[in-house]
Write a protein that binds this ligand. Structure first.
Ligand code: ADP
Ligand code: 5GP
Length: 187
């Protein structure tokens, strides 16, 4: 069996990465998402081992030392990292594996795995991004502002990605993501 494709999926917080990805995972059973490790505290609805592996800062730093991460980055005060072994195991089994990661980590993946496909998701507008972030109700007003400020910087990185998708309608955007993945040559 041939190996699966490695896909990077980035976009500002609130752009709808999670929403579009969960639609895509329902539509494409060959697509799997990598579960990252993070030092962020779980939000309401977050399940350990499903959305993230929630670990301590000490544990995260030990794993960096042991070389367990394909990439890691700090984002709004917390560490986030991709566990290389579990990604490679899924690729070997023939699954397409998607990494939902921020822009700094995405560039590290591009360096280390040139065959990876980098896809960026944009909200239709900044007004809509603010509406979605506030409407989600998972962050404080202060945290929303930090994420909006971060979004300006992230949007300027879209040019470094292979493809850009506008998340106007989540189901449509998921169809576009799946189409782009299937068109990408396997390693
Ligand atoms: P991210 O994972 O990028 O931080 P989410 O998937 O959590 O973003 O989406 C942020 C908020 O916007 C959520 O409340 C979600 O329901 C909403 N949302 C996502 N996509 C759309 C869309 N296409 N139209 C309207 N609302 C959306
Ligand atoms: P959140 O706190 O909203 O779950 O995630 C914050 C940001 O961290 C998002 O942009 C998300 O894509 C990114 N992120 C999640 N996991 C990883 C990871 O393993 N590595 C990197 N570099 N970023 C990640």
């Amino acid at each position: 069996m041939s190996k699966g494709r490695l896909i990077v999926w980035s976009g500002p917080s609130g752009s709808g990465k999670g929403t579009v990805l969960s639609e895509a995972l329902k539509k494409d059973e060959n697509l799997k998402v990598s579960v990252s490790a993070t030092t962020r505290k779980p939000r309401t609805g977050d399940i350990d081992g499903v959305h993230y592996h929630f670990i301590s800062r000490e544990d995260f730093l030990d794993r960096i030392e042991r070389g367990e991460f394909l990439e890691y980055a700090s984002y709004v005060g917390n560490f986030y990292g991709t566990l290389e072994k579990s990604v490679d195991e899924m690729l070997e089994r023939g699954y397409d594996v998607i990494l939902e990661i921020e822009v700094v980590g995405a560039m590290k993946v591009k360096e280390k795995r040139p065959d990876a496909l980098l896809v960026f998701v944009k909200p239709p507008s900044m007004e809509e991004l603010r509406r979605r972030l506030s409407g989600r109700g998972t962050e404080s007003a202060d945290e929303v502002e930090r994420r909006i400020a971060e979004a300006e910087r992230e949007l300027s990185c879209a040019k470094d990605y292979d493809r850009v998708i506008i998340n106007d309608d989540a189901s449509r955007a998921a169809d576009e993501l799946i189409k782009i993945i299937k068109e990408h040559k396997k390693a």
